[in-house]
Design a protein around this ligand. Sequence first.
Ligand code: APR
Length: 172
Amino acid sequence: MQRVEILQGDITTLHVDVVVNAANEWMLGGGGVDGAIHQAAGPRLLEACRQVPEVAPGVRCPTGECRITPGFDLPARHVIHTVGPVWRGGASGEPDLLASCYQNSLATARGHGLVSIAFPAISCGVYGYPWRGAAAVARQSLEAFLAGDSRLQRVVLVAFEESLHRVLRDTF
Ligand code: APR
């Protein structure tokens, strides 16, 4: 797909306008890519996340939505924190919620005039989303968005695991 690159590696090293974080609803860090991004961005990122207003007790970002902060010590200028669905078998709205993560993150990037964005495999770690299904949702979401957009120049999908990298390459 034009403008889309599939890479294997560590998203925190990428020089893009914005990296997307697979966060949780309270936005105060965690393991996986969330931990790696907080580690690389430094403590100011956690402080910025704390400043994001709660929309319900303990919830700064509901599942499927996103919030933007600076990137601080990251090479990326910004971080878009999005919350993917926990996989519960597929009949609990997981595909639509995952698609919302991609759509909302892309729209937020565009709204801020950002032209390059990198995504991790949202929900594909601790949240247990099957990789092939998640890759198909990512593809559909990117296709739909890019068909109506000419400003975004570069979208990078980053797989940490080699096996996930293969799934993404097969899908795109
Ligand atoms: N760069 C790119 N991808 C990474 C990195 C990294 N540095 N570190 C981990 N990943 C990959 C994982 O291997 C997985 O394929 O990101 C994908 C998403 O996995 P998770 O980080 O577990 O995210 P998710 O499944 O959405 O679960 C979110 O995990 O860390 C917590 O706070 C987070 O509670 C939230 C939950």
